[in-house]
Design a protein around this ligand. Sequence first.
Ligand code: GUN
Length: 286
Amino acid sequence: MADIIDGRAVARQLDDETKAQVDQMIAKGQPRPGLAVVLVGEDGASQVYVRRKIKGCEKVGIRSIERRMPAETTQEELLAVVAELNADPEVNGILVQVPLPDHIDARTVLSAIKPEKDVDGFHPVNVGRLSTGTGGIVPCTPLGIMKLIDTVVDDLTGLDAVVIGKSNIVGKPVANLLLDREATVTVTHIYTENLPEIARKADIIVAAAGAPELVKGFWVKDGAVIIDVGITRIMGDDGKEKLVGDVAFDEVQHAKAVTPVPGGVGPMTIACLLANTVQAAQTQLE
Ligand code: GUN
């Protein structure tokens, strides 16, 4: 049986470390780190995510600043809020929840956030730093994925890693992080031919295609480590809705370890956001 990587437990441990860092800052008389979360419009999933992020802040002692704006907000109005938060010394991290309404260009808005306050790691400066291995803020989900891999693999040097999915938020940054750790990385996507054969060579599979149960048992070699980033709501055989990942979980029990959905990568994303916020606050003190 494959080991199940408990993302909730790893996230709790990271939260404890983040809280200890915040407590230490306060004990030294330093300002409490602050995270601004900006939500435009009424998207249901975004509201849930934002609520979880605010609750996470409370848990570790980060001050949260919530800015909710109506769906009709213009790009100029949103850019003005970003400028205000950029200039506010009590705000160390700024997160503009995406997706944004269609009339707003997300790239323009995300690029307007000061790179040192960009706790999502989406700003081109942080993307460039990651791809050149020169520090910066690392996007939360890829950072969480690496921390989960670290719980089951000591040394990635020379291991074959196959990333399925080439998104800017997961696929590309996680490929860079794996390369930094000296893995041999293959990035694949929906147009990749012979995907099952490529996946079968992998010591590590990161499945981030957003395709429910894409990765079948025969795609996975014995002893591989599988990180499942997908999360899709589907109708089960019993007529009940269920959440599934990009991996056919029941078919991969010959793997060394696999993340469950839910309870794998998901909890790590918020824990890494909180850790990034404290890191940003400390960098801003230097
Ligand atoms: N929407 C879904 N995931 C994310 C995320 O990690 N950051 C932001 N800003 N928006 C999101």
